[in-house]
Design a protein around this ligand. Structure first.
Ligand code: ADP
Ligand code: MG
Length: 453
């Protein structure tokens, strides 16, 4: 195929992928040649190659074969002046016919990095400052001090973001290092593929040749015995070679079920840091920084005071949900051509706001109340009727009625199988006492605030 023919073909792609995609992803790739059924393209970065391969690979392949070319797969190669860079993102391949003898390339261990996940875009607050500091330290690429670095925390708290940030930073500072990022799932996938293709030697060699290995969401390999085994060997080989390892998980190593003990203890050997659920200040900070990023995209959009504070208060700790909410707000406002006000926010995000309403449970209420009155939980729900247990019990029932959507019979059941009329009586009693007894009113106010925090 000539460059001219490729030029024509590329124009066809413009129609299919749209102007933005075309400019971002298709234009930067250069056709080089077709050899032995492989169409080779040159790309400025391996990230771009990977992205194009994953998102437009099939499409390009289809265009090529429709144009009469005998092409089975695509290969994206990083331009010569870029090849010295580490392969944090591997050279991408779009295999068409996997039964053919595969080339060395498609075992390359890395997965693509998200260009937006850098330290610059990571907002630091109390809940994540330790994890951030540790990530920064590792990203300096100095001598290995703690190995592995284990980052853990709930969904959407920034684990993947931090790992990508480390990879980006290392690429910039230490282009000599072979940095590999991938998820535990991808690790397993590559391992299984290597087994199937009888290429375990290649697999081992590739992973042993890594300088910095990052494995995201390690909990995924729990219960998957042979993958764990291989992971363990890879891990040990790299640690022995004094190579940095960074692992993330959704909980502390010791708490991951069905993970082999020897792996747990290995993971605990280095530095274990957790990302805490976001607090109000951090959420507000993240929202403000996001708004700055949106400014270019949506110039002239008006955001009323108080909207960000409202969102930071009302939306859960998951940053992904927070970002999604803001994205929707901006998109909606620019489509409709309105300002982002509090009213508009409440309408536009009604579903998200409802979903992230914190659900208070009966157990939580019982626990808090028992603690507040300094009595045992078993006494709170037990049969004893002495005043010192009965009053807190009524307070707890009252709070259950107020703060949960549970019915009276359900609440009764959870208080040692009491009748719903007992619950009703207790709730009424507290309603009366709230007015007459300042202490009770104060207790309830305090409990409510703790529970709703
Ligand atoms: P996890 O891997 O812990 O589930 P991610 O790293 O994928 O979470 O983060 C979810 C989303 O929230 C990403 O878009 C990420 O950029 C964003 N995010 C999380 N924490 C922060 C932070 N501290 N500052 C800016 N963005 C963040
Ligand atoms: Mg993640």
């Amino acid at each position: 195929m000539t460059q001219e023919q490729w030029g024509q073909l590329r124009k066809n792609l413009l129609g299919t992928v749209g102007k933005n995609n075309y400019a971002n992803w298709i234009e930067p790739i250069e056709f080089s040649d077709i050899k032995d059924g492989v169409a080779v393209f040159t790309v400025p970065t391996s990230f771009l190659g990977n992205y194009v391969s994953q998102n437009f690979g099939e499409l390009i392949l289809h265009q090529l074969t429709s144009a009469g070319e005998n092409v089975r797969r695509l290969s994206f190669q990083v331009a010569a002046n870029e090849t010295a860079r580490p392969r944090a993102a591997a050279v991408a391949d779009t295999p068409r016919n996997t039964s053919r003898p595969a080339m060395q390339d498609d075992l390359l261990p890395g997965a693509p990095l998200d260009a937006r996940f850098t330290f610059d875009t990571f907002v630091v607050g109390k809940p994540n400052e330790l994890a951030h500091a540790a990530a920064r330290r590792v990203a300096e690429g100095g001598p290995v001090t703690f190995n592995p670095l284990f980052l853990y925390g709930g969904v959407g708290l920034g684990k993947t973001h931090l790992m990508h940030a480390i990879a980006h930073e290392l690429q910039a500072r230490r282009p000599d290092l072979n940095v590999v990022y991938l998820s535990a799932e991808q690790f397993m996938y590559r391992f299984v593929q290597a087994l199937r293709d009888r290429r375990m030697m290649d697999f081992k060699q590739l992973f042993r040749a890594v300088d910095v290995l990052m494995v995201d969401d390690v909990q995924f390999i729990a219960g998957k015995d042979s993958t764990q085994e291989e992971f363990f060997h890879t891990f040990n080989a790299l640690v022995d070679g004094n190579k940095q390892i960074i692992i993330s998980g959704d909980r502390a190593p010791g708490e991951i079920k069905d993970l082999e003990d020897r792996i747990k203890s290995r993971l605990q050997c280095g530095l274990v840091v957790d990302l805490h659920p976001t607090d109000y200040e951090l959420r507000l900070g993240i929202l403000q920084s996001k708004v700055e990023q949106f400014r270019d995209q949506y110039p002239g959009l008006v955001l009323t005071d108080g909207v960000l504070e409202f969102l930071a208060h009302r939306i859960s700790t998951n940053v992904r949900v927070l970002e999604g909410a803001l994205t929707r707000l901006f998109a909606f406002a620019s489509l409709v051509g309105c300002e982002i006000t509090l009213d508009m926010t409440q309408d536009c995000l009604a579903d998200i706001l409802r979903a992230s309403e914190r659900k208070i449970t009966i157990e939580e209420i019982q626990r808090q109340v028992a603690e507040h009155y300094n009595i045992r939980l078993s006494d709170l729900v037990g049969p004893k009727r002495v005043r010192s247990f009965a009053r807190p019990r009524q307070v707890a029932m009252y709070l259950c009625k107020q703060l949960t959507s549970r019915s009276l019979p359900e609440i009764g059941r959870r208080f040692g199988g009491r009748d719903h009329t007992t619950v009703m009586h207790g709730v009424r009693r507290i309603e009366e006492l709230r007015v007459q007894d300042g202490q009770i009113a104060e207790d309830i106010e305090m409990l409510r605030r703790t529970l709703e925090a």
